[in-house]
Ligand binder design. Sequence first.
Ligand code: HEM
Length: 392
Amino acid sequence: MTALYWDPFDTTIDLDPYPLWRRMRDEQPVYHNDKLAFHALSRHADVEAATRDPRTYSSAYGTVLEIMTAEPMRTGMMLFMDPPEHTMLRTLVSRAFTPRRISLLEGYVRTLCAELLDPLTGEFDYVQDFAVQLPSRVISELIGVDPADREEVREEIDRAFHIEEGKGIINDVAIAAMARLHTYFREQVEARRKSPRDDLMSALVQAEVPTGDGARRLTTAEAADFAGLLVSGGTETVARLLGWACVLLAAHPAQRAELAADPSLLRNAVEEILRYESPSPVQGRTLTRDVLLHGTTMPARSKVLLLTGAANRDERAYADADRFDIHRRFDGHLAFGLGIHFCLGAALARLEARVGLEETLRRFPVWEVDHERAARLHSSTVRGYDKLPIAV
Ligand code: HEM
């Protein structure tokens, strides 16, 4: 038996981490990587308990291994905050980011899918031509980007996800694009303050929560940071989810045929795809105290990676966990996290995936993936396809 080594940056391991994740769950449920100095939890019960305990497992030092810091980050992004700051911000944005606002987008998502899919025939790249386009346009619509600015904003969003060999997601092109997006959102937020419209940005500046001596509203910087978080959290992940769906359904043609015949099965199928190939399988935390788990002490200030993707394949939680089954009955999965940081965009992601797949299957009930020419995208938090040529 070879020594157990897992590393989120190893592109070969990332192709199929599941055998290693199984060994980690069985042999070293508190894994330690000496080279990169982190612990990792992979069992469902442990990952779930940790996500529900933000006092011990802090997000304030960053949650993405590439950019985790020794001191709290203070970025203004709620993903990287602990209570009470997180609670206040999440309550405020939840006033604007309502299920109703999301459900109103269904018609728009469907029209957009038609616009993107109708011109495609023969051979095309499902990820580049469809899966990455859909979420960035939906986010622009949601935020309330002017139609005249949409193309430019979409290109900036693309650049914000530029990945450089050896540097990964943190590179000059991506940082400059994020900064320009932030400036754009600041200007837009300021404009909405002066003349509100019926859009998320206006709702964001109007939302307020009562405080002891009045009410608290979002500052311009906070609202712009939040718009930036929506862009970064809501684009990459949905693109990977649709890519995984395309690959999994091609590998399971009988299940694909069932979905094409009965789109009402898609809701559950989307949950199974999220469980089976979690687009964001690793969430970082920093310990605020010593933790003793399975006989190992993880000291305070340790970086701990919560392997939600491994937890979702834990046979302790799911029968025959490595089997892909769109009819699987299960209570839930960890692909959107849990607890206070539970994905704010989960309803939107589910909507985009369900409608995106329904519109795909309606036009192309059968396709084949060209695995030779497919390419993966690598970062420590997002896992999936960057290029996915298919023939319909
Ligand atoms: C399949 C698609 C998606 C996946 C797999 C996903 C996954 C996640 C996960 C795992 C978390 C928790 C992170 C943690 O605990 O550290 C999270 C948080 C978050 N997600 Fe998503 N996400 C998706 C789509 C979206 C979309 C479409 C949006 C926005 C429109 C979004 C916005 C957010 C935000 C704002 C948070 C931070 C919530 C907080 O800190 O309270 N996500 N997401």
